[in-house]
Ligand binder design. Structure first.
Ligand code: FAD
Length: 221
């Protein structure tokens, strides 16, 4: 085995398309990977040193499926926009700790990019008590997910989203805390956590957060 194979996986783009609105679906053919719902891979999108993280939307013994938001200009968005079947790619093995934990109920909060990570988590929790609030730009950007309360920004910024925090504030949750998974734009993630911890009295350890991006920053991990 080559040293590189210990840390990196080589795959090939098998097909591309759209899952919803600007959400670009990429199917990667690669050796079977061991992964948990909520985990991500880190892909070399423009030479080995420019890497971006993408959540695993789905996977099987023959490959993985991603869903990348075409937000505009950036090496990651450009890579996803121009990816073509047959193209080779190198990525890290699946990793990440925002995975479903045992809890009386599960709360999901985030936006488009977070909804990709939430997909397999929600599917794995089918039958368990779940509350999910996801804000997207418009109705055509909703991924096929069950039992989600969708909010629409209609052109407003996803950063520091007060309507998303307000929607969580208005949720009728049980009195005792569950576990929350909060992901997506970093400042909104912070605001949602502050609400759960300060206003609802949740323990910080019950709020799993993962900032995916924020205006002015490149390639968060
Ligand atoms: C753990 C993890 C999992 C992730 N999973 C996904 C995923 O499944 N799907 C996905 O699309 N992204 C996901 N991301 C975000 C992804 O890694 C990139 O940050 C994103 O694609 C932007 O990369 P870029 O190179 O195009 O832009 P960058 O060069 O990284 O950013 C340039 C600028 O573009 C703007 N920008 C970046 N992202 C957005 C956005 N979503 N909306 C509006 N403006 C933006 C910001 O102003 C930013 O400063 C994930 C990130 C992390 C850390």
């Amino acid at each position: 085995m080559r040293l590189r194979d210990l840390f990196f996986v080589t795959g090939t783009i098998e097909s591309t398309g759209f899952l919803a609105g600007r959400m670009r679906r990429l199917r990667i053919a690669c050796p079977a990977q061991s992964w948990k719902p909520g985990q991500q891979i880190r892909i070399s999108v423009d030479g080995l040193m420019t890497r971006r993280s993408y959540s695993i939307w789905d996977g099987d013994d023959d490959g993985l499926e991603l869903c990348v938001l075409d937000h505009g200009d950036g090496p990651g968005a450009r890579w996803a926009r121009t990816a073509e079947p047959g193209q080779e790619l190198i990525f890290t093995k699946p990793e990440g700790s925002m995975i479903p934990r045992p809890a009386p109920y599960h709360l999901f909060v985030g936006e488009e990019t977070a909804s990709v990570a939430f997909g397999p988590m929600l599917r794995s929790l089918e039958g368990s008590p779940v509350h999910a609030v996801i804000e997207v730009d418009s109705p055509d950007e909703c991924l096929p997910l069950k039992d989600v309360k969708w909010l629409y920004r209609e052109g407003a910024s996803a950063a520091s989203s007060e309507p998303l925090v307000e929607a969580v504030r208005n949720l009728a949750l049980p009195a005792e805390p569950g576990i929350a998974y909060v992901a997506g734009e970093a400042r909104t993630v912070q605001a949602v956590r502050a609400h759960l911890v300060n206003d609802r009295g949740w323990d910080r350890r019950s709020v799993l957060t993962k900032p995916f991006w924020t205006p002015g920053k490149k390639g968060m991990e």
